[in-house]
Design a protein around this ligand. Structure first.
Ligand SMILES: NC(=O)c1ccc[n+]([C@@H]2O[C@H](COP(=O)([O-])OP(=O)(O)OC[C@H]3O[C@@H](n4cnc5c(N)ncnc54)[C@H](OP(=O)(O)O)[C@@H]3O)[C@@H](O)[C@H]2O)c1
Length: 271
């Protein structure tokens, strides 16, 4: 799917790339070292900075007609792409991969120098959390494995111990994915696995189940929330599901109103 009909970033192979956009830099936020990057113990023992990015209708729905594609505008797609370029790892739930036909994360020429200066790989790894491992190996997720996404890395599938030892895991490995045993298979184990593999900047792109699990585990440091100026007739997909009711106080760091009335909010967890 392209950026016009999904909450996925636009193509990144633009030969006329001119470097990061100032508005996007403002929306992404200060490029300060993430927790753990300096080598010093992170505040509260946090080994990485975890950010989440979501788009919502005014009425709280995270999807219209089955995907988030009808919610975000072009700037939202560009923000998603820019936040990916901040990250070492992009974490997404298998439900979103299936619903939105998720594709690989490619290098972005606008950010090549910046990523190299930070010691990051050319592109973040796309990590998919799945218990069932019900992922279609002919889908876009596996495009890098088929050599169809230059510079993108094969997907990293995070699952529990029984999943990692299953026949389904072997099928995904044969298709080129790396299937990793996180132990328990929950979201904290997934983040710990990414940290153990060197990720210090992790962005979670949802969906609502994964976001809920992260909030329950108090893993979110920063939330990018795009408020789309639409009223959905029903909340077909809540922004968060399955979370404990504990409130996690957040502080507004940035607010941008786009010309079409879309609001871009960036909140940081008060710790
Ligand atoms: N508005 C937005 O910004 C936005 C962003 C993303 C998605 N969405 C929408 O959200 C919908 C999908 O929602 P969803 O909740 O099904 O997607 P999800 O959170 O992406 O995926 C849920 C799946 O993740 C896997 N998982 C493994 N361990 C988990 C854990 N501890 N906690 C949560 N998930 C775990 C499971 O996969 P297995 O079933 O493989 O075991 C589970 O079914 C779609 O309509 C999509 O378009 C909206």
């Amino acid at each position: 799917m392209d950026s016009e009909d999904t909450h996925q970033p636009p193509g990144t192979d633009d030969a006329t790339a001119t470097g990061p956009d100032a508005l996007l830099d403002e929306l992404v936020g200060p490029d300060t070292p993430a927790h753990g990057e300096t080598g010093a113990p992170a505040a509260g023992g946090r080994p990485a900075e975890v950010r989440a990015i979501m788009v919502s209708a005014l009425t709280g729905s995270a999807a219209v007609d089955g995907t988030s594609g009808g919610l975000g505008n072009d700037l939202d797609a560009a923000l998603l792409a820019a936040v990916r370029q901040w990250a070492d790892a992009v974490l997404v739930g298998a439900g979103t991969v299936r619903a939105e036909d998720y594709g690989p994360v490619c290098p972005d020429p606008d950010y090549t120098a910046r990523r190299a200066a930070r010691g990051q790989a050319a592109a973040p790894v796309l990590a998919v959390l799945s218990g069932s491992l019900a992922l279609d190996t002919s889908a876009r997720l596996f495009a890098a494995c088929r050599g169809e996404a230059p510079g993108a890395r094969p997907p990293l599938i995070l699952t529990d111990s029984s999943g990692a030892a299953s026949a389904r895991a072997e099928t995904l490995r044969s298709a080129g994915a790396e299937v990793v045993d996180t132990g328990g298979g929950d979201v904290r184990a997934a983040v710990d696995t990414l940290v153990a593999r060197g990720a210090r900047r992790i962005v979670c792109e949802g969906g609502p189940s994964l976001l809920g699990a992260e909030i329950s585990a108090d893993l979110i440091d920063v939330l990018y929330l795009t408020l789309s100026p639409v009223l959905s007739g029903a909340v077909e997909q809540p922004l968060v599901t399955g979370a404990e009711t504990t409130a996690r106080p957040m502080e507004l760091e940035n607010l941008h109103r786009d010309a079409d009335s879309t609001l871009f909010l960036r909140y940081r967890r008060r710790r």
